[in-house]
Design a protein around this ligand. Structure first.
Ligand SMILES: Cc1cc2nc3c(=O)[nH]c(=O)nc-3n(C[C@H](O)[C@H](O)[C@H](O)COP(=O)(O)O)c2cc1C
Length: 390
């Protein structure tokens, strides 16, 4: 039985007349007079943080660094961006790591920003939450979804879905340690036999979490498995209306967003893989969902944005590491163009800034001159590439 959004009197967010926060006219789907509860894109608040729209860039280890977040914000206009997970390790270790600094580096233009804690010891998670607040987090999230082996073995990430009470303890400690709103990113359960989303949602909210994001799959489901909106709907129904529930998992088309709203009552949508190389996606979804048209960036726009992204990455990581980071990323800007698989191969061998410039010149030059023809080619980001994800 699907959640009946129309008849749900509870959620004030559903009644907000929506703008997209990106300069487009608000328009109710279905034309004038359509019920407001059917508005898909609207502002949303998480505690004292007000988001201009309810589209969010997902945390992705190795991808959602400050460079990409800034681009997602500037080009896509998403309402919230998130850092990748930050391990809850001791203060001494954390203080010494360059990693903490790089992971949490942020810019005023990308705010509001959520930063994510990955761990299981309440004290360490609390201490990390306080450090993230100091580093500039507007919202602090707890990772209860990472499905990689290491997470499962250490009782972190999705393994926490097996311990709802413990999640409650972690959330309580984090809430006590920070003045920022604490949120929880979860799955439907550890696996199909252990669907604990309601228990985890309840423990989180009872201990002070102010929003939930539900990746609507269990821990053993691969990304290709369709999301289970009935599980998301159960969480929405069981959670107080004042707590926004974000939908995650292949929310990258207008149809997917409509389904998450219409069938599960989602208050917002978190997008990960599909935004890589396509920061226009957020703006396009907002346009489509308000009756407008998709914007198709030209080849030269893609090229210019890739170059900007690379510059930001160089600034963040320096040349040696920056080139390595871009190796796995750059070809996403060419997704859907002919020849992208070959381009991907070229990129994997790059070692310097000059190599990068030569390869992009060659590829985009050939494309612009019509020398690369053939079918559109698509590449997909898989979690295993970074040994992370939730
Ligand atoms: C490469 C990669 C890294 C990820 N890293 C994180 C992470 O650090 N924290 C987290 O909560 N989820 C992480 N995820 C999961 C995403 O946030 C998201 O839940 C998942 O990709 C499903 O959303 P999508 O279908 O829009 O990609 C990662 C996913 C991928 C593919």
């Amino acid at each position: 039985m699907m959640h009946d959004v129309e008849n749900d009197p509870g959620n004030p967010q559903d009644r907000v007349v929506s703008g997209d926060g990106a300069g487009q006219e608000p328009r109710a789907p279905g034309g004038a007079g359509a019920p407001r509860s059917r508005d898909y894109i609207h502002p949303v608040s998480i505690g004292d943080v007000h988001l201009t729209n309810n589209l969010m860039l997902a945390p992705m280890a190795g991808y959602t660094n400050v460079a990409f977040r800034l681009i997602a914000k500037e080009v896509g206009g998403c309402g919230l961006v998130a850092t990748e997970m930050v391990a809850a390790i001791g203060r001494e270790t954390r203080g010494q790591t360059e990693r903490f600094r790089v992971l949490t580096r942020n810019l005023p233009q990308e705010r509001p920003i959520a930063m994510q804690v990955y761990g299981r010891e309440p004290e360490l998670c609390a201490e990390t939450a306080a450090a993230l607040e100091k580093a500039g987090a507007d919202i602090i999230d707890l990772n209860c979804g990472c499905p990689v082996k290491k997470a499962k073995q250490s009782g972190c990430g999705v393994a926490l879905m097996r311990e709802p009470e413990h999640v409650g303890r972690i959330v309580k400690a984090m809430v006590a340690a920070t003045s920022r709103p604490v949120t929880v990113k979860m799955r439907l359960g550890y696996d199909a036999q252990n669907r604990t989303m309601l228990e985890v949602a309840q423990a989180s909210v009872e201990n002070g979490a102010l929003a939930l994001c539900v990746h609507a799959r269990t821990g053993e489901s691969k990304h290709g498995v369709p999301v289970d909106l009935s599980g998301l709907a159960e969480v929405r129904r069981a959670t107080p209306a004042r707590i926004p529930v974000f939908a995650n998992g292949s929310m990258d088309t207008a149809a997917a967003i409509r389904a998450a709203k219409d069938e599960a009552g989602a208050d917002g949508y978190m997008i990960g893989r599909a935004a890589c190389g396509d920061p226009w996606l957020f703006r396009n979804l907002m346009a489509e969902l308000s009756g407008g048209k998709r914007y198709q960036p030209s080849i030269s726009e893609r090229r210019a944005l890739l170059a900007r992204h690379f510059d930001l990455i160089l600034d963040l990581y320096g040349e040696e590491r920056g080139v390595r980071v871009m190796r796995k990323y750059a070809f996403f800007y060419c997704n859907g163009l002919p020849g992208v698989r070959k381009f991907r191969g070229d990129f994997c061998r790059l070692a310097s800034r000059d190599d990068f410039a030569r390869a992009t010149d060659a590829f985009f030059g050939q494309l612009e001159r019509g020398e690369i023809t053939g079918e559109a080619e698509h590449v997909t980001l898989v979690e295993d590439e970074s040994e992370a994800g939730s």
